[in-house]
Ligand binder design. Structure first.
Ligand code: 13P
Ligand code: SF4
Length: 307
């Protein structure tokens, strides 16, 4: 094992740390992680952690979620500047204004949001359970959905319900244009096309599968298909190859790179383990309210209590 990895491994044991990695992280980070998963899977894992220290290799909203679920544990984000631009597209005060225009509406908030926005929400969702979460809300109750307009449109179509959708989007997934997709489909006619619901609606319409990253990982375990065109952040191709190496995966575009997800390096993970920094904290008053929205999501999805 090369020396950086060895040092990380020794310190992880010494400090009783667990390293969580999103599937968009660079391969060397996924390799040293104890658990690699999608936003939902990692939130669920965060409820089960017994380690003293959580090193979250991902972006800030994911580390915040882990900190909210583990108020007594230290949660580290190896690069403090790794944010999610979509999460910054709505503030708590903008959401409060929207709520005042729609009294009585439930607020469904994509986990790609700040802790302050979660604290203003009724329930969270991820891309893997957004349909189920919306379906859990009484049909007569209006629903505000923030911040992703494309995931919101996807849920509208799947549930046949009209939502009050905020105008946010993921700058990485929004770069994938329909002409690029159609060109790739022509080049690889035998391949199946899987895309993330953060892609634009016309891209979703052209796809065989619209899936969260976790659902993509499940699909390749059982499919007969031997070649996929992949319409999400390219880091997942490494994950998919670990799960089903006999399948050929082709990224739809070299633009499908989330710069924030690529900020994590082995040197930064080691530095975090050595120093216990950068720590992610959420003020108690915000965390207590945000936790209710996150546990409501876990309860609807898992069908059991998280109190
Ligand atoms: P998942 O919910 O599929 O993990 O996606 C998170 C994300 O940031 C997508 O851009
Ligand atoms: Fe945010 Fe998009 Fe990066 Fe996901 S891929 S973390 S939504 S900017």
């Amino acid at each position: 094992m090369p020396s950086l990895q060895k040092e990380i491994d020794q310190l992880r044991r010494q400090k009783k740390a667990v390293i969580l990695s999103h599937t968009y992280q660079p391969p060397e980070i996924q390799d040293i992680a104890d658990i690699v998963g999608d936003s939902y899977g990692l939130s669920l894992q965060a409820t089960k952690v017994e380690a003293d220290l959580i090193v979250f290799c991902g972006v800030s909203f994911m580390a915040e979620t882990a900190a909210i679920l583990n108020p007594r544990r230290r949660v580290l984000l190896p690069d403090a500047s790794a944010g999610c631009p979509m999460a910054e597209m709505i503030t708590a005060s903008q959401l409060r204004d929207l709520k005042s225009q729609h009294p009585g509406a439930a607020v469904v908030c994509y986990v790609n949001s700040t802790a302050e926005v979660k604290a203003e929400s009724s329930i969270c969702c991820t891309s893997s359970n957004a349909v189920k979460i919306v379906e859990s809300i009484p049909p007569e109750q209006p629903i505000i959905f923030v911040p992703d307009r494309y995931l919101g449109r996807f849920v509208e179509r799947r549930t046949n319900r009209q939502l009050i959708v905020w105008d946010g989007f993921c700058p990485t997934h929004a770069m994938l244009e329909i002409d690029t997709v159609l060109g790739m489909k022509r080049q690889y006619p035998e391949a199946e096309l899987m895309v993330h619901p953060e892609c634009m609606p016309e891209v979703q319409d052209a796809a065989d599968h619209v899936l969260s990253t976790g659902q993509m990982c499940e699909l390749v375990k059982t499919t007969e298909c031997r070649r996929f065109l992949v319409g999400t952040e390219e880091g997942i191709i490494y994950t998919l190859r670990q799960i089903a190496p006999h399948i050929d995966y082709i990224s739809l575009s070299p633009q499908l790179v989330c710069p924030n997800m690529k900020k994590t390096t082995l040197a930064k993970v080691l530095h975090s383990l050595q120093t216990g920094e950068p720590r992610v904290t959420v003020p108690t008053e915000v965390a207590d309210r945000a936790r209710q929205a996150i546990t409501a999501m876990l309860e609807v999805t898992e069908g059991r209590s998280f109190k």
